[in-house]
Design a protein around this ligand. Structure first.
Ligand SMILES: Cc1cc2nc3c(=O)[nH]c(=O)nc-3n(C[C@H](O)[C@H](O)[C@H](O)COP(=O)(O)OP(=O)(O)OC[C@H]3O[C@@H](n4cnc5c(N)ncnc54)[C@H](O)[C@@H]3O)c2cc1C
Length: 276
């Protein structure tokens, strides 16, 4: 899975499928259920850590084959495999507002919805209108955003629900220049061109995970080929040649341990960790 995650580590999947249509997604879910196989859907793998022993089920990767984007009068429709930042660029170039926050978020629409991705005070829940999903019984549903419970980097969807497409509110309007400037200047504060999965932990209430980790003196700490970024302590980077997922996980555990010891705060990972 190192080829399918932005941190570029991780063992193999037992089965790996790239559906060409929504119908094929439905068929794959039926196949997995029929064989009692675990399955997980992934997008760009930009918030994912797969352990070195790999994933013993079926990985369903939703990408280019399902990446149609359509601008409507007040909304923008996108299939799950569309790039979330491309959606932002498209909406901006058509004079739409609301998507400025998404410019620097590297995943797919499906991944962004599943993570309730956000930045600079805005997030998916602020712009989502409705979703088309498949549940684990292969039933396709349309769910309105107002029927969904959102939290910080969380969305209340049925277990194993797969996002097929989403419609976002994105009317013509003035661009929020402040958010736009922050989104386009990420390079100054984040190691965006290194191999990583973005922020490792969600920010605990009233605090910044990165600042807590920094205050423990952990910036630049290495484990094998993994390193806590010197630029932003909430980023773990793959800086080696043969970096293992266990190197990355060792730093996750270290940061959790040290922050709990020094501040009594339990850090919750934002990154999704799967595999054995
Ligand atoms: C440099 C960098 C900067 C980042 N900055 C931000 C940021 O500012 N804000 C932010 O919120 N995140 C940020 N991230 C994290 C990441 O980009 C987002 O969480 C992104 O939305 C994940 O999308 P993905 O397609 O890569 O999902 P993946 O990593 O492939 O999957 C993440 C989760 O979503 C699920 N999933 C994926 N696709 C679907 C689908 N179609 N249906 C249902 N579930 C699905 C997966 O099962 C998994 O649980 C950053 C990452 C990097 C590498």
């Amino acid at each position: 899975m190192s080829l399918h995650t932005t941190i570029a580590v991780g063992g193999p999947a037992k089965f790996f499928a790239v559906p060409r249509s929504s119908r094929e997604v439905v068929e794959l879910v039926k196949l997995a259920r029929g064989r009692d196989l675990d399955f997980i859907v992934i997008g760009k793998g930009s918030n994912l850590l797969v352990r070195d022993g790999g994933y013993r089920g079926m990985v369903i990767k939703i990408g280019h084959n399902l990446s149609r984007i359509k601008l409507n009068k007040q909304t923008i429709f996108a299939e799950a495999g569309a790039s979330f930042s491309l959606l932002a660029r498209k909406s901006l170039s058509h004079g739409r507002s609301g998507f400025e926050f998404a410019l620097g978020i590297p995943g797919t629409v499906g991944g962004a919805v599943r993570m309730n991705a956000g930045a600079y005070g805005s997030e998916v829940s602020n712009v989502l209108v409705r979703l088309r999903v498949i549940d684990e019984n292969s039933k396709v549903w349309v769910i309105k955003a107002r029927e969904i419970e959102f939290g910080y980097r969380r969305i209340g969807l049925p277990h194993n629900a797969i996002v097929l497409s989403a419609t976002f509110f994105c009317p013509p309007g003035e661009v929020n220049k402040e958010i736009l400037a922050k989104s386009t200047q990420r390079k100054r504060t984040q190691p965006v061109s290194s191999k990583s999965f973005g922020c490792t932990f969600v920010n605990p209430p009233g605090a910044h995970a990165g600042r807590l980790i920094d205050a423990c003196g952990l910036k630049g700490t290495r484990s094998g080929g993994a390193m806590i970024s010197k630029k932003h302590a909430n980023f773990i980077l793959n800086v080696g040649e043969n970096t293992k997922a266990s190197d990355v996980e060792a730093l996750i555990d270290l940061a959790k341990r040290e922050v709990r010891k020094k501040f009594g705060v339990s850090l919750r990972p934002e990154v999704i960790i799967i595999g054995h």
